[in-house]
Design a protein around this ligand. Structure first.
Ligand code: HEM
Length: 482
């Protein structure tokens, strides 16, 4: 039983409830006439800074008061447990009446993967997908990950300055294409990559102006979504006859059957394959980790020392990865300080209690890894990068949850950890990377928390001197660089 169990009891009958407040938690006031639109704009423009401001002004529980949408922001570990350990009450979809108009469009197909499912449907999908993401299965991709990492850094040269974010993003996309789809053909990889990139880059504008006009972002988004669905549909049909003989994630999902002998239909396969391809968070975590290492030279030195004494320049085997404790702590601390999936939202399908307050049905309740991971009552010196804290600290799943918690926790966590460790172990033994002095680095939330304009890094020999560089920009809101 965890220390938060006492607050997780659900839907206590009214008679037995402790006295609760009929008042609402504190929160910003809507602007006259414009109402909550101003607040919604601030929230959508820079959600991470917005959450930090809410926490600073109102503490761990706040609310947009009482007009619709009823939006709650809950940051304490006991709130996280209440939300994430009770998936029947806090669901990923709002309780909307009627079928979504756009249900049949390609866009909707791509948006109906695991993270959009609730209840029995989610349970069934997750069960069918679990074997393909089991850590034993994932380990089979280690050599491929290592080979692709070498290919990436073979193209680097000493003394150049490169956008390391661009390199890492391409790398994780290639690894995903291979692991999920077994795609080798360069032109197929490029076609699918371009379709995904066009769809994702047009999406923000398309959602703001959802009009199907020639040349509009909306039309571009829909066209590329159709292209992705058609591409994946063709791949599913191509793989079906021999799926049992293949070990990629899509083939395993094609072959998967439940107790009744039923498997995924084509639309479900397309949705889940598309979701399994989106590795934005892994790329962003790698980028921030390299940035944090470059800005903490002693940790960088110690990590290179650990890697070279255990691996002696070679690729890490699965066994060896478990003997790299500093690498593990560095990644844990990087994901604590800069969680690339920094928040999530659920909707309560019934009125319920949150802390001392009563929430009406269908509130949008946002929790945040970003805020919880830097609560001073949990983490000493919360804004500092201190991998050594993980030598002794054992948080609960609601105090530290970069991969989420509860029923929707990240099914790709073992994959991501293996990939990130492999990439760092190989890259750091080969080159020393550093941030050029006075670089401006701003953060942005765009599918994941990432640097707004990529991250330039200089490439040097491993024995070159390591020093922290001064940087500007709102990256200072993410980490205290001393
Ligand atoms: C550092 C890398 C990653 C991070 C930080 C991350 C984070 C997360 C988080 C926080 C959630 C839960 C979201 C919520 O509860 O609202 C999640 C779910 C999910 N992740 Fe990841 N993820 C990462 C990598 C991956 C990879 C590589 C894959 C695929 C191979 C993946 C596939 C998924 C899927 C399918 C779900 C939905 C699970 C469900 O709803 O049951 N993730 N991830």
């Amino acid at each position: 039983m965890s220390k938060y169990d006492s607050v997780s009891a659900e839907r206590v009958p009214a008679m037995a409830r402790p006295v609760i407040s009929v008042e609402l938690p504190p929160g910003p006031q809507g602007v006259p006439v414009l109402g909550w639109n101003v607040e919604a704009l601030r929230w959508s423009k820079d959600p991470v800074s917005y959450l930090a401001r809410l926490y600073q002004e109102y503490g761990t529980l706040s609310v947009w008061n009482p007009q619709r949408p009823f939006r709650v922001f809950a940051f304490a570990p006991e709130h996280n447990q209440k939300i994430l350990a009770n998936p029947e009450l806090f669901q990923v979809k709002p309780d909307r009446k009627g079928k979504d108009q756009a249900q049949s469009s390609a866009m909707m197909t791509l948006r109906t993967g695991l993270l959009r499912l609730d209840g029995e449907e989610h349970k069934q999908h997750r069960k069918l997908m679990a074997p393909a993401f089991h850590h034993k299965q994932v380990e089979a991709y280690a050599e491929m990950m290592a080979a692709m990492t070498h290919k990436m850094i073979d193209a680097w040269s000493l003394h150049e300055v490169r956008d390391i974010e661009d390199d890492l993003r391409r790398l994780v996309h290639r690894v995903a294409m291979k692991a999920v789809l077994s795609l080798d053909d360069e032109s197929e990889i490029q076609t699918l990559n371009e379709l995904i990139e066009t769809m994702l880059s047009s999406a923000p504008r398309a959602f703001m102006l959802p009009f199907d006009l020639p040349g509009s972002s909306y039309r571009k988004m829909m066209k590329s979504a159709n292209g992705i669905v058609a591409f994946l549909q063709a791949l599913v049909e191509r793989k079906r006859p021999n799926a049992d003989a293949c070990r990629d994630i899509l083939a395993m999902m094609i072959s998967a059957r439940n107790e009744e002998g039923t498997g995924f239909d084509s639309a479900e396969l397309i949705a889940e394959a598309y979701n399994a391809l989106c590795h934005e968070s892994s790329a962003s975590t790698l980028v921030w980790t390299l940035f944090l290492l470059a800005q903490h030279p002693q940790v960088y030195e110690d990590l290179v020392e650990e890697l070279s004494s255990e691996l002696r320049g070679g690729n890490p085997g699965i066994e060896q990865l478990s003997r790299l404790p500093l690498l593990d702590r560095v990644l844990k601390e990087s994901m604590r300080l800069i969680p690339t999936a920094p928040f999530g939202t659920r909707f309560n399908v019934e009125p319920c209690q949150m802390g001392a307050y009563e929430l009406p049905k269908n509130a949008a309740v946002t929790f945040s890894q970003f805020i919880t991971h830097r609560l001073p009552e949990i983490y000493e010196r919360p804004k500092c990068f201190l991998p050594e804290r993980w030598e002794t600290y054992k948080p609960t799943p609601y105090e530290y949850f970069p991969f989420g918690a509860g029923r929707h926790n990240c099914i790709g966590a073992a994959f991501a950890m293996l990939e990130m460790k492999m990439v760092l172990a190989i890259l750091l033994q080969r080159y020393r990377v550093a941030v050029p002095p006075n670089l401006r680095i701003d953060h942005i939330f765009q599918l994941s928390l990432r640097p707004r304009k990529g991250l330039l890094m200089s490439v040097a020999a491993t024995d070159s001197r390591c020093a922290r560089s001064p940087v500007t920009g709102n990256v200072h809101a993410l980490v205290e660089l001393g």
